[in-house]
Design a protein around this ligand. Structure first.
Ligand code: MG
Length: 167
């Protein structure tokens, strides 16, 4: 007998310091800027938040346990490959991504021209249609680390649906 699908949700957040540079990697897209995000890997806060959301939804260890920043294998890592690895893990647990919603907090530049490219890139990595991915952006209103241009942050939430008919 077929069982109804199981639905789960997960939440993730990330923040990286901004330092002088040429572009900020966000959702797998290089956004031209006079800053870059500092970090052990490519410091893509969107993908890092999404990885933690996926791990949370699936009951897996968090990003820090999956990919320790003390491990030289992850120095300058392309976060897209890390996300693809986590999506594979989730698929092996017989879950598929239903949707993902992310909120990026960055004072400048404006992200409107880059949202569609981020959405397409993330949809490809999550194995869903672009319509299942939402990318939203906010500033820090000039206060706190984001508002002073010292940091970029992201919050992500994902939904998973079971693909197995087992209870
Ligand atoms: Mg991070």
């Amino acid at each position: 007998m077929a069982h109804p699908p199981i639905h789960r949700v997960g939440l993730g957040t990330d923040l990286h310091r901004l330092i002088p540079g040429a572009s900020i990697r966000l959702g797998g897209v290089d956004v031209p800027s006079d800053r870059r995000a500092d970090g052990h890997s490519d410091a893509d806060v969107v993908i890092h938040a999404l990885i933690d959301a996926l791990c949370g939804a699936a009951g897996l260890p968090d990003i820090g346990e999956h990919f320790p920043d003390t491990d030289p294998r992850y120095r300058d890592a392309d976060s897209r490959t890390l996300l693809a690895q986590v999506v594979d893990e989730i698929r092996s647990l017989e879950y598929a991504v239903a949707n993902a919603d992310v909120v990026i907090q960055l004072e400048r530049p404006k992200l409107v021209p880059h949202k569609a490219a981020m959405r397409d890139a993330l949809a490809g990595l999550l194995c869903v249609a672009p319509a299942a991915v939402s990318v939203k952006a906010k500033t820090g209103e000039g206060v706190d680390a984001v508002g002073r241009g010292e940091a970029v942050a992201c919050t992500a939430i994902v939904g998973l649906t079971s693909t197995s008919n087992s209870p």
